[in-house]
Design a binder for this molecule. Sequence first.
Ligand code: PRP
Ligand code: URA
Length: 209
Amino acid sequence: MGQVHVLDHPLIQHKLTLMRQVETGAKDFRELLSEIATLMCYEVTRDLPMEEIEIETPICKCKSRVITGKKLGIVPILRAGLGMVDGFVNLIPTCKVGHIGLYRDPETHLPVEYYCKLPPDVGEREIIVVDPMLATGGSSSDAISMLKARGCKNIRLVCLVGVPEGITKVQQDHPDVDIFIAAIDEKLNENKYIVPGLGDAGDRIFGTK
Ligand code: PRP
Ligand code: URA
């Protein structure tokens, strides 16, 4: 079973509280999400393998550590996942970015695929899927299935806010995937929105409502 890592660093929690507030406008919402994504990236990459290499400082030769192993790929789930990309790319400037387009059908709340563009060597990479919201879990689970169908074996999921139902769905469908999340909220409402949540993340990022 994949592990669930709750990232409860005070800076993340403080910024998330600001994001939740209804009076927070799109500009601040976007900036806060990007800042939180950077903070989460720091935790999500904590266990990357390292190796020692020989370098020369202005003083002498020495051994020093660098990240080794698989290259990284960031895959946002459109649209709201886009708001987390800069935060990751700021810290991992050489990573490749793929995009998966999914929207929730307003009636069934099931994800509908409309776009998928991934780096050609995606199967060789350590993939970090980003999406602020983990509600029913349908979108994240489908995105991970799409990645696995294209050869990805090492996948982690990073979300801002989720509920137990969504976490359980991803764990059941993808027991090999670790989940990193800033908050586990109480429940879903009748429209499958997270309660208390922060509303519709995509609309708040892009000002579409
Ligand atoms: C939101 C969110 C997730 C999904 C979560 O996207 O960004 O992708 O809902 O819900 P789920 O866990 O029940 O699948 P949405 O479908 O609203 O599209 P958008 O990002 O384009 O607004
Ligand atoms: N998608 C969102 O953007 N917000 C929710 O609360 C649930 C799904």
